[in-house]
Each structure stands twice: as structure tokens, then as C-alpha cells.
Design a protein around this ligand. Sequence first.
Ligand code: NDP
Ligand code: 8X3
Length: 256
Amino acid sequence: MVSIKEQIVIITGASSGIGAACAKEFAKEGASLILAARRKEKLEAVAAELKAAYDCKIHLLELDVSDRHAVQTAFASLPEPWCNVDILVNNAGLSRGLEKLQEGDIQNWEEMIDTNVKGLLYVTRSLLPKMVERNQGHIINIGSIAGHQTYTGGNVYCATKAAVRALSEGLKMDLLGTPIRVSCVDPGTVETDFSKVRFRGDTEKANKVYQGINPLTPKDIAEIVVFCATRPANVNMSEVLVLATDQSSATMINRH
Ligand code: NDP
Ligand code: 8X3
């Protein structure tokens, strides 16, 4: 395991779920963290907990990754100790609805595409040139089993995650010959606010997604992200598909 102590790690979508868990696992390893998301008060709560437990350096960014100009401005104006980012975790993302495409809400599609695909691109485009210039860096994208297998009603969300997978592959090709690494970590069902967001706060519907199974936890995924980041320089974890033991495909889940 290679040390990432004092490396600068930016995590998008760090206010909740997998992103907040990644912040914790990186903090344990002594990394310095830039935590980005729209909900500043949630970011502040995550930061307060981590500073108290691990005495780590944290910089907060209240940021909507789908706002191209906000992303460009935020990263162009990072204060001096924070501007040389070593590791970028592109985690911010969401799903909206499970309607058939012919009944789909176009606003939902825009939100998923703007966040999961365009947001990831805006953030990566803003930070990558400096990594190339410094000859150092690692981009870790959070994809999904939904990028490997489409499920009923998953149409646009699955397409965004297939895009994350394709972009990770393409980026690795574009960076060939540099030491910069690109990983795509693709989880199956993880219990987070993901379903609550998908069903716009309908907790009863959201809870049913996790009922009777022993799903993955955000910590399970965060540990894998840190594993990718701490491999020796000659090792690139290109793609990791990780499912709960109770899950064998996007749609096959063993409920107790
Ligand atoms: P959560 O809803 O718990 O977290 C989503 C995070 O994304 C929040 O921190 C949210 O912050 C942030 N986010 C959403 N939109 C934006 C935006 N426009 N700008 C900045 N941040 C944004 O869900 P998860 O932790 O489960 O989701 C994290 C990632 O994992 C997503 O990419 C998701 O697709 C992926 N994933 C999730 C799986 C699961 O089963 N849970 C499985 C496979 C992949 P805020 O609202 O404060 O902006
Ligand atoms: C989240 C997991 O299977 O609900 O990407 O799409 S799934």
C-alpha cells in the first residue's frame, strides 16, 4: 500500500452516502480533502466530524457540478495550498424516476445527464490539465452496475452510467504515456439516500429497495476507492464491479 498522506483529494458529492464515506476513509489515511456538493450545511457536518476524529485539513466547496461556469470558476480560484489536486473522485450523481422512456419526464433526464455525465466532464476538464502538467494524478469515477446492465425503467440513468464507463476507458487511452491513473468503481445496490432522491423523498418506496437484503454500505465502496488510490504507481485498477453477496445482476437480488 502506497501512502496518500497529505495528498490533496477532491471528492464531489461528499455531503452524503458514498462521497461522505470516501471522505472518511481518505481522512483516515491522512489525506487533505476538498469536499464539494450543493448542500453546504451537510458538508460542514461531514467536515466537523472528520476534523475532530482525524485532525485532517479540509476545504469546502459549495458547488453544483452541473453548472459549467461555477465549476470552472471554483477550480480556477482554488487557494494556493489546494490547487495541486492529486486525486479526483467523481462521485456526485443521482437518479430520478423509473418511468418507461415513452412516459419519461424530460426534466429528470436533463438532471441525470447534466450531473452524472456533463458534471463529471466539467470537473475533470477543469482539474486534469494541471495533473498532466505536474505529471501526477488519479481520476476515480463512480460508475455503477447500471453502466454494465440496463434494467426496466433505468433507461436514462443506465445510459449515464454506461457513459461514465466509456469516458473512463477513453480517458485512460488519452492519458496513455503519462503516469496519471484512471479507475472506474462500479457498485451494485448500496444503501444511501440514492433511492430517496430517485423517488423524490418517498421514503416508503425508497426503503423497499433495501428491504430484506444485506446491501453494500457506503464504507464498503469507500474502502475500495482508497484501495485503488493506494496501489503502487505501476498498478492501475481500471474497473471494479462490486456487488452485495445478495445481488448477482442488476435485477437479481436475494431477499430474505
Ligand atoms: P446520495 O444521494 O447519498 O449522494 C449523492 C451525492 O451527490 C450527494 O452528496 C449530493 O450532494 C451529490 N450531488 C448530486 N447532484 C449534485 C450536483 N449537481 N452537484 C454536486 N453534487 C451533487 O447517493 P450515493 O452516495 O448512493 O451516490 C453517489 C454516487 O454513487 C452517484 O454517482 C450514484 O450514481 C452512484 N451509485 C450509487 C449506488 C447506490 O446503490 N446507492 C450504486 C452505484 C452507483 P448535494 O445534494 O448536497 O449536492
Ligand atoms: C445505482 C444502483 O442498480 O439502482 O447505480 O442502478 S442501481
